[in-house]
Design a protein around this ligand. Structure first.
Ligand SMILES: O=C(O)CCC(=O)C(=O)O
Ligand SMILES: [Fe+2]
Length: 365
């Protein structure tokens, strides 16, 4: 039996970072927590841009990059990346494919309605979800699918029988032609970037570079493409493209359409900071499970999407998680006498299930 659920929106070299050039002394395992206390996190008014070209470079290059990422995660919880290596053709193709897909008649798209398909996959029509319970509905339509080889192996029953949310066999629209290929090409490219980011997050946390590798091997990293229609005239703040929320896996990689402002991140002064599209970049935001791993030393930022541009706006998010059986618990370097663990250990699978159930309780508008 497959799960029915709301499509959701929304995880070294063992070397201490103390040798790096930065203003805060980091010299022992409690230092992540100490530095969080010093930094006054969350008072940002812009989103940092980080070039990850050297993510597979020398040890020093990786350390420097991990340090930049650590600061961004502690202060903001989101950052742009350049040097991610995803070709613009790959991005252009998925962009064209999703535009063509969303312009199909509603009846055609509803053939893959997620409540019929199950496992949170398939099509979500406008106002079908309401991520922020104080809102009236999310003004978006989306299409979601999870892991699949580009050329499927014959008789692959393993993934077909997987009934975890976002797992199992994907469903694909019959049109536009090439949709599946464009979708999967981008998805696979984004997975490679995510793998690199897991290494950098581990280094940023003073953990071995491969710390998250075995913990993420069987995770369902799912992807969703979205269209946000424009909101013109007086805008009801309780019905925006995607209401205020945090993502609940480990982190998200987002491609947003160039030139159209919609994504905003909330800072600790409760001001919405625009994540203005920057050509060639992707946006990375920390999600709740990495927040829990780090005892909130890494911020899982509240964000939303509001499209007041006057035209449709498209985006694509890939959500990176953990294997279901991995215990998510604050790591020792993020705990100190002043900052005891804020969270009980919980398996990634249970955590995800709870969040999905909470979304059900919030109901649809
Ligand atoms: O489309 C966007 O800009 C944000 C998407 C998002 O936050 C999500 O899907 O969780
Ligand atoms: Fe999100």
């Amino acid at each position: 039996m497959r799960n029915d659920c709301l499509p959701l929106v929304g995880s070294g070299f063992g070397r201490s970072l103390s040798g790096l050039r930065h203003p805060i002394a980091l010299s022992c395992r409690a230092t992540m927590a100490d530095s969080a206390a010093i930094r006054d996190p969350g008072t940002f008014d812009s989103i940092p841009v980080i070039d990850i070209t050297n993510a597979n470079g020398t040890r020093d290059q990786k350390s420097a990059l991990a340090f930049e990422i650590k600061n961004a995660c502690m202060e903001v919880g989101a950052f742009y990346i350049t040097g991610h290596g995803i070709h613009h053709e790959t991005i252009d193709s998925v962009f064209s494919a999703m535009k063509a897909y969303f312009s199909l008649p509603l009846e055609t798209k509803m053939e893959l309605y997620h409540k019929r398909v199950g496992n949170c996959q398939g099509y979500t029509p406008l106002l079908d979800t309401n991520i922020d319970p104080s809102n009236r509905g999310d003004l978006l339509e989306g299409f979601a699918a999870g892991w699949e080889e580009l050329i499927p192996e014959e008789n692959d029953e393993t993934s077909r029988n997987d009934d975890r949310p976002k797992a199992g066999t994907n469903v694909w629209p019959l049109e536009p032609a090439g949709f599946r290929e464009a979708y999967l090409n981008y998805y696979h490219a984004a997975l490679a970037v995510g793998k690199t980011l897991y290494h950098l997050f581990a280094l940023a946390l003073d953990l071995p570079e491969t710390y998250f590798e075995d913990k993420t091997k069987e995770s369902v990293h799912d992807m969703r493409t979205v269209r946000y229609p424009p909101q013109t005239g007086p805008v009801d703040d309780r019905m925006v493209g995607l209401g205020a929320h945090t993502d609940f896996k480990c982190f998200t990689i987002l491609w947003q359409e160039p030139d159209i402002q919609a994504l905003q991140v909330l800072n600790s002064e409760r001001r919405w900071i625009n994540v203005t599209p920057i050509p060639g970049t992707l946006v990375v935001n920390i999600a709740d499970q990495l927040g829990r791993w780090t005892n909130d030393v890494f911020r899982s930022p509240v964000h939303r999407a509001v499209n007041r541009s006057g035209v449709d706006r498209y985006s694509t998010a890939v959500f990176f998680g953990m294997n279901s059986d991995v215990q998510v618990e604050p790591i020792p370097s993020c705990i100190s006498p002043d900052q005891p663990p804020k969270y009980e250990p919980i398996s990634a699978g249970d955590y995800e299930r709870k969040r999905i159930e909470a979304m059900f309780r919030q109901g649809t508008p």
